[in-house]
Each structure stands twice: as C-alpha cells, then as structure tokens.
Design a binder for this molecule. Structure first.
Ligand code: FAD
Length: 280
C-alpha cells in the first residue's frame, strides 16, 4: 500500500529501523521485527547507508521482508549523494525486486572529501524516481537543516521536493513541539500541503543527545536539560524519564492534530513498547 494512502485513512504511528550491523544474524533481526510487528505500526521505514560502504544493498531486502513476512507496510530509505546513474539503477532494481512500494528519497550526509556521486540534492533523486510507480517521501527539518542558515530558503527547497513528487514528509527528530508547530504553520503558508509525520526519538543517554545536537542541531528544551542533569549518574532513571518525555511529546502532537508520528526505534522494541504504552 502506498504510504500516501495510509495518511488518507488515519494519522499513522510508524517506526524507523536500521539494517543490522556487524555480525548480528538475520535470525535475531527477525526477532526484533517480530517484536516491533506485534505493536502494529502503520508502516516501518528502513534506513540506508549513504557511504556506499557495506549494508546499502540490505535496505530494500529488509523492507521487502517487513512487508512479506510481517505483513507491515514498509518504506526503503534511499540516499543519492554518493550515487551515479548506474548505482541508482541498481538501487531501483532492488527496490522493485523486493516488492517495495515506498521510498524515502534522501540526499544523505556529506562526508567531507568523500562525495563520489553525481547528485547534489534529494530533489534530483526524486526527479529520477518519477515514473517508477513508487510513493515518494522526503525528509524535513522543523528547526532547519543544519547546513542551511536561512529557514525560509530551507522551506523553499522543501516545497521543491513536494513539486518533484514527494507525497509525504518525515521530520528530523526534535524535542520541542513548539518548534514543530511553528514549522508546520510556515510550511502550510508557503503551500506545503502533503502530510508531515513527526519524527520522535527518546533520549536514552547523555552521549546520544550530545551526538544528536552535533549532527542535526536539535535544540534542547529546559525539561530535557533537567532530566539530563538529574539522572546524569543513573542510566536506568534517565532511560525511563526519556521514554516518558517522548510519550508526552507524542500525546501532545496527537492532541494538536499532527498528521502522524514516526518513532526512531533504534531497533529496540522494548523502547517502542514503553513509548506506546506511555502515550495511551
Ligand atoms: P536535501 O533535501 O538535498 O537538503 C539538504 C540541504 O540542501 C538543505 O540544507 C537544503 O535546504 C539544501 N537544498 C535542498 N535542495 C537544494 C537545491 N536545489 N539547491 C540548493 N540547496 C538545496 N541519512 C542517511 O544516510 N540514511 C538514511 O537512511 C537517512 N534517513 C533519514 C530519515 C529522516 C526522516 C531524516 C530527517 C534524515 C535522514 N537521513 C538519512 C539524514 C539525511 O540524509 C541528512 O539530513 C542530509 O544532510 C540531508 O538529506 P535531505 O534528503 O534532507 O537533503
């Protein structure tokens, strides 16, 4: 089913997973999927490595498994920054071979000195994917993309992705719902009409948060800073407070009419379970 059609029926709760790393066997990965599937998400998206080093070819295969074996609609992430037409054709063939209907079309992060592809922006990938019969999604950034100093310009580029065929957007993680609401107002004002689902990642550790702020520039509301300070030396309480915070964020988003919520599960079904329980 096309994810755009899911949004027509409901405000989906969906999950993000990443392909297993290193030696983790497909058997244990299937156990992860089994546990996530029991939570009945409306779809599961599978991330893709932009670096071109290992694992990239697994995204479409895993998205196919999610659909065929677990009966959950899936979405394969696809990056283009290190691709050329030949590698893109291989990626598209894999997507079709695995029966995947939905693609989150992304640029991928630029690793300085490692840009090897012919594409520069996600919008170019969307142009290339036109005519493939796929339902396309794109990424968006409630607090602005980290490379773009002008939020209006960032929004204009987002609008271009809608014009290029995106049928839904998934946001970067954020901790402050007010940022999301302001972003949505500005997005609707400039003519972005497609559904935007809110990406939520629970805080689990101080190190994780530091990494997130550095890589995506998410701002930290004082409630999060208080949690981090209070439970600095108590990992379990920090984890629990992080899950409670995410659940409260989701409750607020749903009460305020967000089109959907996409939970970054980090392949940890226990965390997704606790968040869903907490948001009831
Ligand atoms: P773009 O839409 O190309 O935007 C990137 C920057 O370029 C922005 O600053 C934008 O304003 C600017 N821009 C866009 N179009 C133009 C233009 N025509 N001219 C000039 N400037 C322009 N990365 C992975 O490697 N694998 C993943 O699986 C993955 N999944 C993600 C899922 C989500 C929901 C999100 C939010 C991000 C994900 N990322 C992933 C990270 C993503 O690849 C990075 O955030 C990347 O830096 C930007 O990707 P994009 O598709 O938004 O790029």
């Amino acid at each position: 089913m096309r994810i755009a059609d899911i949004f027509k029926e409901k405000r989906p709760i969906s999950f993000e997973i990443f392909p297993p790393k290193g030696e983790l066997s497909m058997d244990s990965f299937r156990q992860t999927l089994d546990a996530l599937a029991k939570l009945s998400p409306d779809f599961i998206s599978v991330t893709c490595s932009a670096g071109g080093s290992g694992g990239r070819d697994r995204t479409a295969a895993l998205a196919g498994i999610v659909r065929r074996e677990f009966g959950i609609e899936s979405c394969a992430h696809l990056t283009c920054i290190n691709s050329d037409q030949a590698t893109l054709t291989e990626d598209i063939n894999r997507i079709h071979e695995n029966g995947v209907e939905n693609v989150l079309a992304l640029r991928g992060d630029i690793i300085p000195g490692a840009h090897t592809g012919t594409f520069h922006h996600a919008v170019e990938l969307m142009d290339k994917l036109k005519g493939e019969g796929l339902c396309l999604g794109g990424a968006c950034y409630p607090e602005g993309h980290i490379e773009c100093s002008d939020p209006q310009e960032d929004l204009r580029h987002l609008y271009e992705k809608q014009q290029a065929g995106a049928e839904f957007f998934v946001t970067q993680l954020f901790f402050d719902n007010a940022c999301f609401y302001k972003f949505m107002d500005r997005a609707r004002q400039i003519g972005i009409t497609i559904p935007v689902t809110a990406g939520i990642m629970p805080i689990l550790s101080k190190a994780q948060i530091e990494r997130m702020i550095f890589t995506c520039g998410a701002s930290l509301p004082s409630a999060i800073i208080r949690i981090l300070n209070r439970y600095e030396n108590d990992a379990e309480s920090l984890r629990k407070a992080g899950i409670d915070y995410a659940a409260a964020q989701i409750r607020d988003l749903r009460q305020n009419g967000a089109d959907g919520v996409h939970i970054y599960t980090m392949n940890r079904p226990g965390i997704a379970t606790e968040i869903l329980k907490g948001m009831q």
